[in-house]
Design a protein around this ligand. Structure first.
Ligand code: ATP
Length: 321
């Protein structure tokens, strides 16, 4: 029984790992992909999770399957194909820990997930279904994502969406907005970055942009994560801001996913998350800010997801006199 189910890309993030004796760049094979990262964050905190996606029948695919299983993530929904290779991403880091990506996905196995391969039992007892826009880039994964939303809603699960836009993954970048907007009416919890808010709403003002999303699509809870600054959020007509935590950042890959996973884990502890109030959300956002910050203090995404004790320790250290 998975309390949180996520669907989407599961890939290898090749993260920079110093230089060889010859002076060439070395890369480490880190498991990644936003929806899997979110589940890794929930699982590290103790939540029950299940992943839906597709990898290639290659060494990387087997490795990713083992990693998810090692984290206790249910992989009944992880399919393996001979028709494409596991998707690969190379991460390039700047001196301050920020990064850019090169993707090898033409198509990657993750894009080949089909709607008719989804099974209703994967969503039994699910409380949250989470996805990103990277499974909306092309068919057949796009239709599979929409079918999954319907299967999750049929089980009364709440829908969590982090667009996590990666422009190089889109062959038709002019369709990103339309594809995201097609999903938004179903979304209960939306997490965007400041740039994504502006991209989707055309508005850089946090209050106006989130109000537009609330009014147009009926999304009650919206988080706008602001990197080291923390997170601005909206709950219906009310808004709040929680400052971030300062840590020694080495790699920001997966910070947004650590944030999302921490939010979902905390929402699991509430009997009616859809009705949570602004004060309750402020405390959850503070917890998630600490999770996001801690994830930047280690290389990679999945290996950097913090435990509950580490998060509470950081919160105590900063708030105690
Ligand atoms: P990603 O695309 O890597 O998933 P994102 O743009 O979705 O990231 P961010 O806003 O970068 O999300 O990060 C999510 C949260 O993690 C922030 O709201 C903040 O709490 C925390 N965070 C991110 N970067 C840092 C940092 N350098 N120092 C401290 N906290 C950070």
């Amino acid at each position: 029984m998975s309390e949180v189910v996520a669907l989407g890309e599961l890939l290898i993030d090749f993260t920079p790992a110093g230089k060889s004796e010859k002076g060439n760049q070395l890369f480490e094979t880190n498991p990644g992909g936003a929806p899997a990262n979110v589940l890794a964050a929930v699982a590290r905190l103790g939540g029950k999770t299940g992943f839906i996606g597709k990898v290639g029948a290659d060494q990387f695919g087997h490795f990713l399957q083992e990693v998810l299983q090692g984290l206790g993530i249910d992989t009944s929904g992880l399919l393996v194909t001979n028709e494409a290779q596991t998707t690969l991403a190379f991460v390039h880091l700047t001196a301050d820990g920020d990064r850019s990506f090169s993707f090898y996905r033409d198509p990657g196995a993750d894009v080949l997930l089909c709607a008719d391969e989804l099974r209703a039992e994967w969503f039994g007892h699910t409380r949250f279904f989470h996805f990103s826009s990277n499974s909306l880039t092309a068919e057949p994964a796009r239709s599979a994502t929409h079918k999954a939303i319907q299967l999750a809603k049929a089980q009364k699960a709440l829908i969590s969406f982090d667009p996590n836009i990666r422009l190089p993954l889109w062959k038709e970048p002019h369709r990103i907005k339309e594809q995201i907007e097609a999903c938004l009416p179903h979304v209960d919890f939306l997490k965007v970055s400041r740039e994504e808010l502006e991209f989707v709403t055309g508005c850089s003002d946090l209050s106006e942009g989130t109000l537009w999303l609330h009014d147009k699509f009926g999304i009650r809870v919206i988080f706008v994560t602001l990197g080291v600054e923390g997170c601005y959020f909206r709950v219906g007509e009310q808004t709040g801001m929680q400052a971030g935590y300062t840590v020694k950042t080495v790699d920001t890959t997966g910070a947004g996913d650590a944030f999302c996973g921490a939010v979902l884990y905390r929402l699991l502890q509430i009997s009616d998350p859809a009705a949570c109030e602004v004060e309750q959300l402020a405390e959850i956002v503070d917890f998630a800010n600490a999770a996001g910050a801690l994830s930047t203090a280690k290389m990679g995404a999945i290996p950097a997801m913090p435990t509950f004790a580490q998060i509470e320790q950081l919160r105590k250290t900063v708030t105690s006199p």
